[in-house]
Design a protein around this ligand. Structure first.
Ligand code: PMP
Ligand code: GLU
Length: 428
């Protein structure tokens, strides 16, 4: 097995270690929502702390009903009996890979854990590049070709995965691409896993959102959770919406042998969250605005530095491409190491997301820029213009300085190469 500590979590621990040792690091390597827990959720959790029974494997009825309501309000009528809750959407995704079985088509690039989980499940992934500007969805025409070819080689491909909106690119696939991928999945009889954990963080309502479950409900599983929209990553709660009792029962069998049930008190607080009371709707709306404003500001800093990058549409990620800048690095891993060691900026190499190791792309997470303390983070949430807050604007300036420094290295490298050529005749 070649699976090692997940790149996201490993980078977070490494940067925390450096910071504890007194190093100044701009932490753009970890996709944690970076905001405090809403007090209403803390109260619900505290009030439920006496719940010490395991409860049903599928999750507490109140949570399944509330999650069904959440999807129904988004145009996807949902039977609570087809909702399965787990300790985060990550274990649910792993459970689904085991429950569905076979090989899986993944977008390239895509979130670090999909390919690793596929390997843990004893299967193989087919990495298919995404269409330009539409991260998170493998190019439908290429999927058709790749799956047909893999099947002629005897491979048993059973599913494909999409991330809407996407981590690592921060973009959202459009409706026509979703319709086409759903059609391809139907033609090839593939189950679609639609990871929609960032759905409520699409920055602008004008962008629109189409789930494959809207077009191919008979074959689409949706996974989601509260880690991003309500910043509850550490509470470990996720939900899945299954297309059939058969797949639900397979997932429940896996769940029952791995995690038994999600934490009972957390489920009570999550059930409250999924009823979407006004104070939490407002919190999600403010969070979305903050994520959008800061992601856009970081995007502009990259653009100003001459780095190619897609404009973010949802969540808190960017995927800049340093190709063509003639940097003195040969891989995304070198570039990430160089940015951290020489410029104090922590990012993740595109390679960790299944991208070509030689492509100079990195993932930038912008959500840990809101401040180090609860007080600062709340101030960021409340600010009419968060970019004016001194700690946020200072971080943006640090980033610009690092990018300028990177370009200066490039110039210096070029002139170093140049010097011997000029001086050679004199010394010869
Ligand atoms: N999917 C994506 C794309 C993610 O970025 C994450 C981040 N943790 C997850 C799933 C899993 O989140 P969680 O297990 O906290 O629900
Ligand atoms: N999803 C987050 C990221 O991409 C971190 C949490 C995790 O990987 O489990 O950085």
């Amino acid at each position: 097995m070649s699976v090692t500590l997940s790149a996201t979590l490993a980078a977070n621990e490494e940067i925390e270690r450096r910071r504890r040792a007194g190093e100044r690091v701009l932490h753009l390597a970890f996709g944690e929502a970076g905001l405090p827990v809403h007090p209403a959720l803390r109260e619900r959790l505290a009030a439920a702390s006496g719940l010490n029974g395991y409860g049903p494997v599928a999750g507490a009825p109140a949570l399944r009903e509330a999650a069904a309501g959440y999807w129904s309000r988004r145009g996807l009528p949902t039977d609570p009996g087809l909702v399965v809750c787990g300790p985060g959407s990550k274990p649910l995704l792993y459970g689904l890979l085991l429950a569905i079985g076979g090989d899986i088509v993944l977008p390239m690039p895509s979130w670090v854990s999909y390919a690793a989980q596929t390997e843990l499940a004893g299967a193989r992934s087919l990495l298919v590049p995404t269409p330009p500007g539409e991260g998170g969805v493998p190019d439908p025409e290429r999927v058709a070709a790749a799956v047909r070819h893999a099947r002629t080689q005897g491979r048993d491909v059973r599913s494909l995965l999409v991330t809407l909106p996407d981590n690592p690119t921060g973009t959202l696939a459009g409706a026509s691409t979703i319709r086409r991928i759903a059609e391809v999945a139907r033609e090839l009889d593939l189950t679609i896993i639609s990871d929609e954990i960032y759905r409520d963080l699409v920055h602008s309502p004008a962008t629109g959102f189409l789930s494959p479950a809207d077009v191919a409900p008979e074959r689409t599983v949706i996974t989601s959770g509260l880690s991003k929209s309500l910043a509850l990553g550490g509470w470990r709660i996720g939900v899945a919406r299954l297309p059939s009792p058969l797949l639900r029962d397979r997932l429940l069998a896996v769940a029952s042998e791995i995690w038994s049930s999600p934490a009972a008190p957390v489920q009570q607080a999550a059930a409250y969250a999924y009823t979407e009371p006004p104070e939490l709707v407002e919190r999600v709306a403010r969070s979305r605005e903050l994520h959008g404003a800061v992601a856009r500001a970081v995007y502009e800093r990259f653009v100003r530095a001459g780095v190619r990058v897609d404009e973010p549409q949802g969540g808190f990620y960017l995927y800049p491409d340093f190709t063509g800048l003639e940097l003195d690095v040969a891989s995304s891993a070198d570039l990430a190491a160089h940015l951290l060691d020489r410029h104090g900026v922590g990012v993740l190499p595109g390679h960790a997301f299944g991208d070509d190791p030689a492509a100079l792309r990195v993932r930038v997470a912008t959500s840990l820029l809101y401040g180090e303390t609860t007080r600062l983070r709340l101030a960021a949430l409340d600010a009419p213009d968060p970019l004016e807050l001194p700690w946020i604007s200072a971080s943006l300036d640090d980033l610009s300085e690092a990018l300028t420094g990177l370009c200066a290295t490039r110039r210096a490298t070029r002139s170093r190469v140049h010097v011997p050529l000029v001086t050679a005749p004199a010394t010869g």
